[in-house]
Design a protein around this ligand. Sequence first.
Ligand code: RAM
Length: 331
Amino acid sequence: MKLFAKLALGTALGLALVTGAASAETVKIGLVVKSLGNGFFEAANKGAQEAAKELGDVEVIYTGPTSTTAEGQIEVINALIAQKVDAIAVSANDPDAVVPALKKAMQRGIKVISWDSAVGKDGRILHLNPSSNELIGNMCLKLAAAHLPDGKGDFAILSATTTSTNQNTWIAEMKKQLPKYPGLNLVTTVYGDDLADKSYREAQGLLSTHPNVKVIVAPTTVGVLAASQAVKDAGKIGEVFVTGLGLPSEMAGAVHSGATKEFAIWNPIDLGYSATQLAYRLVKKESDGKPDSEIDAGRMGKIKIGADGEAAMADPFVYDKSNVDAFAKIF
Ligand code: RAM
């Protein structure tokens, strides 16, 4: 081939590569949630879509299994790998079971982070906590004590799944900090799997087998809603209270019925927004996400990754009769 022809071909190839890269420029981020149909994750997706719109060259694929299993998430992760996404941001149903699938994703150049409910260190670059785990544990105990006369009495925990990283971490924190609340007596922990019907039945079970339980603490938005409904349906309002982590939009009724006096949560929209921002910055190589780095997260400012590879957002906020309706319009 003549030198000129070679050069021309080279240029054409170069151009083709550039054009190819240009058309594939949309950053695809798979936002994997514990399960579909959970209002908390739908709110997080609102934030993720907001970040995508703001960044301009992002497509967020909101996905997850229909029920809260690690197996379901593995299928979803494999489908995202096949789709050749650029990043996966997952809230895990199990810290370990999803690691092999996520490792496979990372081997193929996909940037993986976890948010909300963590994945083991080997399975992700970093983890974004909604708030400090210690603070969340303390908040749950504080809320339980506030629903008891003089902060004294029996309480039970209604959690999500037995393998859920975030709930297990918060429950461990609650147990660790129990001595700060000498009046509180933890009777049992039951699991509703973040399914409305199972959570409702578990709450009913608590009411009948533990008549001394005066407060049910549910560190899950699905559990807290189901438990407040169970208390109401059992005619036990004023006798047994429900508190924990809930969405104002879902819990306003419980606050007005008296089943719940107050509950807490952070802003799920901000959480989904931030997770998307972080995933995007990793894809764009603006950051390697290593411990002690700082990553730009748009309107949330810079997010600092701690020495343990984890970051934490804002403190949980408390909702009661005075503010629940205003926030119910937001999330
Ligand atoms: C449920 C999920 C989620 C958790 C919230 C508080 O929606 O378990 O992971 O962060 O509750």
